[in-house]
Each structure stands twice: as structure tokens, then as C-alpha cells.
Design a protein around this ligand. Structure first.
Ligand code: FPP
Length: 243
């Protein structure tokens, strides 16, 4: 590990949960005169570096926006390629997850993914369920609004069957029905490629999350950029609405 890089941040004050909107694969590919697919392939290299680094330094949760419910509207061949990259990633990375004590999880409507991808997801979750290091949480077929709708539907069912009383519903009840149930809210949300948008990501969970946006395109994003983001986070004073 690069010690110089580590000296730039306070390892005792790391964000517990980092979330990333990985954007700019297409633009990166276009800049090199290549197809968008090539950008996604190189995006996977960035994922590998960031996951490994987070596991090494002791970040507890990393949530990556890998495929949104809106992404189905992309050209068919691009969606197909993203799904096959995902399948390949899950197969290839499982040994790394096991070696590095990484627990694999997902958020999103997993039933809507191709069955082969669902099988790989199940396998990765099962085989890493007792790991205690980094939790890598991939957002797949995910959007914040669909997550909230899904949880309201399940809350309604539980009210209807009598296991939940409407007067007992509070913020923690709602958090408990979201896909992120049991995880702390993100402390830091990073977005690459300069866009100033949330894009339907973790809408409930980011109420007090610190935002950090960089012009770096996702395929070029590496651990040194993450260190910059953590440095910025550590220089901020978080007030959570208080003075
Ligand atoms: C956005 O770039 C990127 C995504 C669609 C999500 C991230 C996907 C990957 C990094 C690759 C596959 C993921 C896994 C886990 C194997 P964009 O295409 O929207 O870029 P643009 O805005 O420049 O067009």
C-alpha cells in the first residue's frame, strides 16, 4: 500500500459509509474515440482499485451505483454488455472478496435482473455473508424512488395484517424497510464527471451526507482521488442541522 497516500488522511476519522455515483464512462470512451462499452470495461478497473483500497484502510460500507432502473432505457446492446460485465465481475471478484474479508451485498430490485446475474449475486452474498471487513453494496436495478415505493408497499401490507401500527411508524421504521436496512446512512457521497445531480440515488439516506463532486471521469478515478474526497470530508464540520 502507498504509505504517502495514507499519511494524507486521518485513518481514525474515516467516513463509515461512502457512496459513489460512478459517472462518465461514456464520455471517457468518446474522448479516446472508442465505444461506450470500452468505458464501462475500464470503469470496472476503477471499481477494483476503490474496493480494494476501502477494504485496506478500513472503510466499513461502500455503496456503488452500478445500474439504475432508468438505465434499462439505454440501447439494447449496451444494457446487454453491462449485464455481462456484471456477471463476469461477480465471478472474477469472488476470490478477492473472500481473501480480503469483504462482505458482498446489493440494493435494488434484484428480481428484475437476468437470472444468471441473480444466481451469481446469490452465490457472492452467501459465500461472503460471514465476512467482517468492508461491506461492498452494489446498487443494481436501483432507484431511490422505487426503493421508497417498495418500502411503503411493504409497510402497508404489515399495517394491513396487523403486525405494524400506524402510530408506531417513525423515521427508524422507514429506514428499516428500505433496501439499506441495518446499514448506517452514507457519510460521504462522491459523484464523478462533474454533474451536479443526485440522479435518484439513496434519496432517503443522504439527508445529512456530505457531497463531493469531481470532474474526473469514472474510468480514471483511482484511490488518490478517493483520498482527496476523504481529505475534503475530514476538513468539514458536520452540524446535522444544529449550530
Ligand atoms: C455511467 O457512465 C456508468 C454506469 C452505467 C454505471 C457504472 C457501471 C460500471 C462502472 C460498469 C459495470 C459495473 C459493474 C459492477 C461490473 P455513463 O455511461 O452514464 O457515462 P456518460 O455519462 O459519460 O455517458
Amino acid at each position: 500500500m502507498d504509505n504517502r497516500l495514507l499519511q494524507e488522511i486521518d485513518l481514525t476519522q474515516l467516513p463509515v459509509h461512502i457512496a459513489i455515483i460512478m459517472d462518465g464512462n461514456g464520455r471517457w470512451a468518446k474522448k479516446q474515440g472508442l465505444s461506450r462499452i470500452y468505458g464501462h470495461q475500464n470503469g470496472v478497473t476503477s471499481i477494483r482499485d476503490i474496493v480494494k483500497f476501502c477494504a485496506e484502510i478500513g472503510v466499513k460500507y461502500l455503496t456503488l451505483y452500478a445500474f439504475s432502473t432508468e438505465n434499462w432505457a439505454r440501447p439494447k446492446h449496451e444494457v446487454k454488455k453491462l449485464m455481462s460485465l456484471l456477471e463476469e465481475y461477480l465471478v472474477k471478484e469472488l476470490p478477492t472478496f473472500i481473501e480480503n474479508n469483504i462482505r458482498f451485498k446489493t440494493i435494488g430490485l434484484i428480481d428484475g435482473l437476468p437470472p444468471v446475474v441473480q444466481d451469481r449475486i446469490k452465490e457472492n452474498i452467501e459465500r461472503t455473508t460471514n465476512n467482517t471487513g468492508l461491506t461492498l453494496n452494489l446498487a443494481l436495478n436501483y432507484s431511490g424512488r422505487s426503493e421508497i415505493s417498495d418500502s411503503i408497499r411493504r409497510i402497508a401490507v404489515d399495517v394491513h395484517n396487523g403486525s405494524l401500527r400506524p402510530e408506531d411508524i417513525d423515521e427508524s421504521t422507514i429506514s428499516g424497510y428500505l433496501f439499506t436496512s441495518g446499514m448506517p446512512d452514507p457519510d460521504l457521497l462522491i459523484r464523478t464527471s462533474g454533474e451536479m445531480r443526485i440522479s435518484n440515488f439513496l434519496l432517503w439516506q443522504i439527508s445529512y451526507t456530505e457531497l463531493w463532486i469531481t470532474d474526473v471521469l469514472w474510468p480514471e478515478f483511482r484511490r488518490e482521488h478517493l483520498v482527496d474526497a476523504i481529505k475534503a470530508y475530514q476538513s468539514r464540520e458536520r452540524r446535522f442541522g444544529k449550530v
